[in-house]
Write a protein that binds this ligand. Structure first.
Ligand SMILES: Cc1cc2nc3c(=O)[nH]c(=O)nc-3n(C[C@H](O)[C@H](O)[C@H](O)COP(=O)(O)O)c2cc1C
Length: 319
């Protein structure tokens, strides 16, 4: 006997709200999730997301148009609110019929009403239950609760997904999407058991064939061990990084009590592009989650999603 997941998730609140078949979102990722990755993910029945954080509004427009040519299914755009041109990025999304905007790294109060009045759904990324409640109060449609196992920028709270999800579930009545450390159907099942209505996955898709990450970065992800990443730059902008020369320099500065100015000087400009997009494995910034240790090869999106669904089906049967 097998589980019919399409049927199972027919009435799932995330699937219905976002127009997708399975309650899985491919997380927006700077330098990694362009039109190709987002469109391929959407074609596979989950929600593909363009990561606007590394794009000018003009480049974002190109990616939205390209993705819309590749798929007629919904795609989302992730907009970190710490970038100076985020309002222009939002306007581009509204002009081009994007139905879901995922905001992060800023206050949900800032743009939620503006976006919702224009039609799209707003999802906001949060790292603790208090902020999740603020998202709900600001009118956000769904909250993405991200544990500190996750790749990319992170909350200072260091709450793991296992602890965070039940807390956020209690704090809000809007749909909750779990993120951070999810790398298998079994962990999707665990997140659903903890009270989440869906999941967001980043690292697994960063290493996909269709991601725009540099091949050297994808290779390094597949070589990561259980202790290869660290949450760093906690006093500046907390971010989970793969170990390399750059991260060792950050660690040394932090150990010696470096000031914000010294850390900013080391970070300089363009570190994340240098690492993740240009492929400088030693001096670039390499953002990835703890779950990288379970990624052992570069696979196509269709294979990644197929495996997640088949594992989820087996877990449902087993339990
Ligand atoms: C390379 C990389 C870049 C990321 N960039 C962003 C970003 O621009 N905006 C954002 O909200 N989250 C970003 N994230 C977080 C993801 O959207 C997602 O929430 C996270 O990866 C989930 O945890 P996981 O990596 O354990 O799957 C990034 C993650 C990675 C790995």
């Amino acid at each position: 006997m097998t589980v019919n997941l399409t049927e199972k998730f027919k009435d799932n609140i995330v699937c219905k709200g976002l127009g997708i078949t399975y309650p899985i979102i491919q997380g927006g990722m700077i330098w990694v999730s362009g039109s190709k990755l987002a469109a391929t993910c959407s074609e596979s029945g989950i929600l593909g997301t363009i990561g606007a954080g590394s794009m000018t509004p003009e480049v974002l427009k190109e990616h939205i148009l390209k993705a819309q040519k590749l798929t007629s299914k919904p795609i989302a755009v992730n907009i970190p609110l710490l970038y100076s041109r985020c309002q222009e990025q939002i306007e581009i999304c509204l002009e081009h019929g994007v139905k879901t905007i995922i905001t992060s790294a800023g206050s949900p109060k800032k743009f939620t009403t503006l976006i919702k009045n224009a039609g799209p759904k707003v999802l906001h990324v949060t790292s603790n239950p208090l902020l999740a409640k603020k998202c709900e109060d600001a009118g956000v449609d769904m909250v993405i609760a991200e544990g500190f196992e996750a790749g990319g920028h992170n909350g200072r709270d260091e709450l793991t997904t296992m602890v965070l999800i039940p807390q956020v579930r209690k704090a809000v009545s809007i749909p909750v999407i779990a993120a951070g450390g999810i790398g298998s159907g079994q962990s999707i099942m665990a997140a659903l058991c903890l009270g989440a209505d869906g999941v967001q996955i980043g690292s697994l898709f960063a290493a996909a064939v269709e991601s725009s990450a540099h091949d050297q970065f994808k290779k390094k992800i597949t070589e990561a061990g259980y202790d290869s990443t660290r949450l760093m730059l906690k006093n500046l902008v907390p971010v989970r990084l793969l170990e390399n020369n750059f991260s060792k320099k950050v660690a040394l500065l932090e150990q010696n009590g470096a000031s914000e100015a010294e850390l900013k000087e080391l970070l300089g400009k363009g570190r994340s592009k240098l690492g993740m997009f240009d492929g400088n494995m030693e001096e670039g910034e390499l953002e990835i989650g703890q779950i990288a240790c379970s990624i052992d090869r570069v696979s196509r999106v269709s294979e990644i999603v197929g495996t997640l669904l088949s594992e989820l089906g087996s877990s449902l049967m087993r339990l």
